[in-house]
Design a protein around this ligand. Structure first.
Ligand code: NIG
Ligand code: FE
Length: 400
């Protein structure tokens, strides 16, 4: 994935394929990537881990948007949606996110850490070595802190690297005695400083939608978060066009979802550095349209694809399957799809030492049992990586 442009169209022949390759690593970092025999000749003392058979190696996958810290199940919501109710209708009658909040509040920090680590390990086995994880099922100072603490503990129990985000501005909790604005004010006053103090997250997210928060409420919240030193992310344009201008104005890192982004939203984003993160898992889970990924790329954006794994809208949690489905519907090239779950996803998370196999980056890579990289997306996520290496798994000596 080295030397690819950050934005816009990518063709498959821009991917640099190294036949009979090797990766020279030291202390968890890549020292060189190149022809295996040559690397071996030039580094005669290096310990060699041979990989027998045919494999295609690439950077570990990066999932830049998930909500994997939750308790309970929303199988009943899913059945109701299949029977004709919409996501927003279920939320209005007390189901949806609020249902998960109640179950998550009941769970202990240790139980939540274990549930999160189990999900992260499942993703790791599918090749995802870095996972963004949002809170957002606590919705009170006490419970949001508990969830962020659980994510921190989970990070010690998995070989994947977890990146926490505070999503206390998910919805107005049913038990808050006040308005949307008052709830946001209370988070700004009591929760955000505490998160900083305990060093639990550097990022905040807000859901901008009918039934969640309005554009002007989000503007207040994100400005305050910016002043407190948080990076900003928006759940926007999921069911209605709403927040591209806001994302650009407040220099958000990314705007995520975008199923209802139209030409004007796309144009606004294309003129900015805001990453569009599209979430095909939510479209599949809700039976909704896909975000206009092709148009975003054609307009010159840097497209990222993430799983959005959560108990409500996106219960599948398989990034590679979802990316493969999206690329078939949206006509994304394999290079665009793979960049969207590796190098471009890394930058959307402001991480610059993963997502590309190159000197100086972390030893973070996966390998699929095939001779042709095109098999990876062609098999639509059913070809699984057999070798998965992360800085953490090296520490625990997974590959020697
Ligand atoms: O990204 N849209 C808002 N939040 C999540 C869903 C959360 C849930 O339904 O539990 C999403 O789709
Ligand atoms: Fe989400």
């Amino acid at each position: 994935m080295d030397k690819l442009p950050l934005q816009g169209h990518l063709s498959d022949d821009q991917l640099e394929i190294i036949p009979d390759g090797g990766i020279l690593c030291k202390n968890g970092k890549i020292v060189e990537v190149g022809n295996f025999e040559q690397l071996r000749r030039e580094n005669a003392k290096a310990e060699v881990e041979y990989v027998e058979g045919n494999y295609v190696g690439m950077p570990g996958l990066i999932d830049a948007h998930t909500h994997i810290c939750w308790a309970g199940s929303r199988a009943n919501d899913y059945a109701m949606r299949l029977a004709g109710k919409t996501y927003l209708e279920i939320a209005e009658t007390g189901g949806g996110i609020w249902d998960t909040v109640q179950k998550t509040r009941e769970a202990s920090v240790e139980d939540l850490a274990n549930l999160t680590a189990q999900r992260a390990e499942k993703m790791f086995r599918q090749g995802t070595t870095t996972i963004e994880v949002k809170s957002g099922y606590g919705l009170s100072v006490e419970h949001e802190l508990k969830i962020l603490e659980a994510i921190k503990r989970a990070n010690k129990k998995t070989s994947a690297e977890l990146i926490p985000t505070c999503l206390a501005a998910h919805i107005l909790p049913n038990d808050f005695l006040g308005s949307q604005s008052e709830y946001l004010q209370s988070i700004v006053q009591y929760l955000l400083p505490e998160i900083k103090k305990r060093n639990l997250a550097n990022r905040v997210d807000i859901f901008v939608e009918k039934g969640a928060f309005s554009v002007s409420e989000a503007k207040y919240y994100l400005s305050q978060a910016k002043n407190t030193g948080f990076d900003r992310i928006i759940h926007g344009d999921q069911f209605s066009k709403n927040s591209a201008s806001l994302a650009v104005e407040l220099q958000a890192l990314s705007i995520d979802h975008l199923e209802y982004a139209d030409e004007t939203e796309i144009e606004i984003l294309a003129k900015s550095n805001v990453f569009p993160i599209v979430l095909p898992g939510a479209s599949i889970g809700l039976g909704e349209r896909f975000a206009p990924a092709r148009k975003l790329l054609d307009a010159g954006c840097s497209l990222v694809i993430a799983s959005d794994w959560n108990p409500g809208s996106a219960p599948m949690g398989d990034l590679l399957v979802q990316a493969a489905i999206l690329d078939a519907y949206e006509k994304l090239t394999m290079a665009e799809t793979l960049a969207a779950i590796t190098c471009r996803a890394a930058l959307a998370l402001k991480i610059n030492d993963i997502g590309i196999l190159k000197k100086g980056n972390k030893a973070d890579f996966i390998a699929f049992p095939t001779t042709n990289f095109k098999e990876i997306l062609y098999q639509q996520g059913q070809l699984k990586p057999e070798i998965i290496v992360s800085a953490k798994s090296l520490e625990t000596n997974v590959l020697g």
